[in-house]
Write a protein that binds this ligand. Structure first.
Ligand SMILES: Cc1cc2nc3c(=O)[nH]c(=O)nc-3n(C[C@H](O)[C@H](O)[C@H](O)COP(=O)(O)OP(=O)(O)OC[C@H]3O[C@@H](n4cnc5c(N)ncnc54)[C@H](O)[C@@H]3O)c2cc1C
Ligand code: FES
Length: 388
């Protein structure tokens, strides 16, 4: 029988012939899983399809400028996920094909539906659409579940300290629901920062869990309290953490909320001696006011329009918008998932020109060496040529 490329290559190794003999023997007595059409790959692909087909099964108006949307699998199947992960939902709005990641807030212990909660954003694009236009029965495609913002039993303490700001409560809802509903042996303290008590999402459910479960403590911290508010006020700072969570040093901290809050809480924890490896963070995408990011070039306002050349196309690109958004506006499709610099799917090669690279871009060494950038975190600060 003719040798396969793999067999020919193996044969060139010092012990190649012995290895080939072992393969021949194993094949004669059992099925060799490797060459038989990648059975393992097929099973993984069936459990975790590259694209999900979702159908909106339910929508709930929270009355708090946010909407809960529950997605069922269009073919009845939803892949397993870990509490804290997100799905990236594709939309087509006014002819623009784009996507946004949303954390799953339902418990991973039930997979009849994935629940997400979309908060309204100032000058929002997809969030407005999800809140105002989406109806039961609408279909979407998505990728994921993905993301590493989750409890990792090997590395993390069983005692957790959650810092949530605004809609940043969503991944924590999934984590809290799982621990409470499955009575897991874990201990959670949640510090939830909200402008007003009325704006706090899931408040009643969280208060009910805290009432019932001694391993869950919940503190709502209000930054703009009305007269008569009896609870915690101000920002979540070192003093408040030390007072409400005296055993903070034994806990793994997780932060999810607006970038300013995220950075602030991290600094406060560091000032209390909490090492970086004990602080896990989730970024809800790139900041809108990118011109206020440290290192942004002086003199640029974010409104300058530059030429972005890709292949034979020249696109207008605003300095305050990522290269990914400029490409999507022009109808150019780019692979995408996290939109926050982590997954590297949106990589493009920077052929020439200058870009501003926002913090949080997890670029591989080889990408740096060969000039690849993550387009979701790269902003044009001059005319730019890229290659997809
Ligand atoms: C891991 C992760 C999890 C997240 N989970 C949640 C969650 O649970 N809940 C939640 O509410 N949010 C979540 N987010 C944030 C969410 O993905 C969106 O960023 C948020 O809903 C706001 O989306 P938006 O399009 O309204 O606004 P933005 O994302 O800020 O987008 C507005 C931008 O869209 C672009 N734009 C505007 N108009 C157009 C146009 N016509 N054509 C093309 N582009 C245009 C412009 O650049 C504008 O600045 C998460 C983000 C990440 C990264
Ligand atoms: S989409 Fe994940 S790094 Fe850009």
């Amino acid at each position: 029988m003719a040798k396969t490329i793999r067999e020919t290559l193996l044969g060139t190794l010092v012990h190649g012939e012995e290895i080939l003999e072992s393969i021949r023997v194993s094949r004669s007595i059992s099925q060799d899983k490797i060459p038989v059409g990648n059975i393992a790959d097929k099973k993984v692909a069936a459990l975790h399809p590259e694209r999900l087909s979702l159908v909106v099964a339910d929508v709930v108006d929270t009355g708090k400028n946010a909407r809960i949307i529950r997605f069922a699998g269009a073919d009845g199947y939803l892949p397993p996920f870990e509490a804290g992960q997100y799905i990236n939902i594709f939309t087509e709005i006014d002819g623009v094909r784009t996507s946004r990641p949303y954390s799953i807030s339902s418990s991973p212990r039930q997979r009849a539906y994935y629940e997400i909660t979309v908060a309204r954003t100032a000058e929002g694009f997809v969030s407005d659409y999800m809140i105002d236009k989406v109806q039961i029965g609408d279909r979407f495609s998505a990728n994921g579940p993905a993301g590493v913002f989750r409890y990792q039993p090997v590395f993390h303490s069983k005692k957790s300290l959650y810092f949530a700001g605004g809609s940043g409560i969503t991944p924590f809802m999934s984590m809290i629901r799982e621990v409470m509903e499955a009575a897991l042996d874990r201990d959670i303290v949640l510090l939830y920062g909200s402008r007003t008590p009325e704006a706090a999402l899931y408040h009643d459910e969280l208060a009910a869990y805290a009432e019932k479960h001694p391993n869950f403590k919940y503190h709502l911290v209000i930054s703009e309290p009305a007269e008569g508010w009896q609870g915690e006020t101000g920002f979540i700072n070192a003093g408040l953490i030390a007072r409400l969570v005296p055993d903070y040093a034994e806990r793994t901290a997780y932060i999810c909320g607006p970038q300013v809050m995220n950075d602030f809480c991290k600094k406060e924890l560091e000032s209390m001696g909490v090492p970086a490896k004990r602080i896990r963070r989730e970024m809800f995408g790139a900041r809108k006011d990118i011109q206020n990011e440290p290192g942004w070039p002086e003199g640029l306002t974010g409104n300058e329009v530059f030429r972005l050349t890709v292949g034979d196309r020249v696109i207008d690109a605003r300095s305050g918008e990522s290269i990914l958004t400029a490409l999507e506006r022009a109808g150019v499709r780019v692979n995408v998932c996290c939109r926050s610099g982590e997954c590297s799917l949106c990589r493009v090669k920077l052929v020439s020109g200058n870009v501003f690279l926002a913090r949080g871009m997890l670029r591989r060494y080889a990408d740096e060496q060969y000039g690849y950038i993550h387009s979701c975190k790269a902003y044009p600060i001059g005319d730019v040529v890229i290659q997809l």
